[in-house]
Design a protein around this ligand. Structure first.
Ligand code: DC
Length: 223
């Protein structure tokens, strides 16, 4: 039976790190849907599409080719490579201008409707670990296992500051995280919430390995 694991949670909870480690452990494909919204946001910025124009953004999902693939071994700076119309935009999708606009782009119904088949298709190719905000609730409601990863905003901000080597920016990371949480949870379409029956893990308490163990243990009980 094909196994599909949905991992949702707020920004900076460690979804990619845990999801990637889990995918390695169970030999599944890792798909970070946040990268897809980021690539679309970059396309909108480059093409001058207004981030408030949901219809135009929705159309642009069909007009640009967004591909998320496994990183080549020499790309030690990333877990996956994102291509926009064949161009490697993995670094560009992490630019502050994308960070600042991606919540606005991803809140539109037309955008989410257009992304849904692209994301479902990515989970059709075999065992997969898919991370995002609405994977367990909307994209894969029949997932083998739903996981919700969380951590306090302060923990996530401190982690971000350490990752970026910019401890002095802690306060601004905290403000950004709180703003993004409010936008992702407060939007009317596909808001971030804990899916029914999800395994909830706090990454402020559990390290990556402990999260992977807890998920694998739950998968084995379900087998
Ligand atoms: O996980 P991330 O920070 O790369 O996600 C970027 C943005 O995309 C985030 O603000 C929420 C949005 N997003 C979403 O709405 N639905 C998803 N499945 C994944 C991300």
């Amino acid at each position: 039976m094909t196994r599909r694991i949905a991992i949702d949670g707020p920004s900076g909870a460690g979804k990619s790190t845990v999801g990637y480690a889990l995918a390695q452990r169970i030999d599944a494909t890792f798909v970070d849907t946040g990268l897809m919204y980021r690539a679309l946001t970059l396309a909108a910025i480059e093409r001058g599409i207004d981030v408030n124009d949901g219809a135009a953004l929705g159309r642009s999902v069909g007009q640009c080719r967004i591909e998320v693939e496994r990183a080549l071994p020499e790309h030690v700076d990333r877990l996956e490579t994102v291509l926009l119309d064949g161009r490697d935009v993995t670094i560009d999708v992490r630019q502050p201008r994308v960070d600042q606009q991606v919540s606005a782009v991803s809140r539109h119904a037309a955008v989410r409707d257009a992304m849904l088949p692209v994301q479902r298709e990515a989970a059709e190719r075999g065992d997969s670990v898919m991370v995002g905000r609405d994977i367990g609730t909307v994209i894969l409601p029949d997932a083998t296992l739903k996981v919700y990863l969380t951590a306090g905003a302060e923990v996530r901000a401190a982690r971000r500051a350490a990752e970026m080597g910019a401890l002095e920016r802690y306060e601004s990371y905290l403000a950004e995280i709180l703003e993004r949480d409010a936008a992702d949870s407060g939007r009317s379409i596909a808001p971030l919430r804990i899916p029914d029956g999800a395994l909830v893990l706090d990454t402020g308490v559990l390290d990556v390995e402990a999260c992977v163990e807890a998920i694998v243990a739950r998968l084995e009980v379900g087998d």
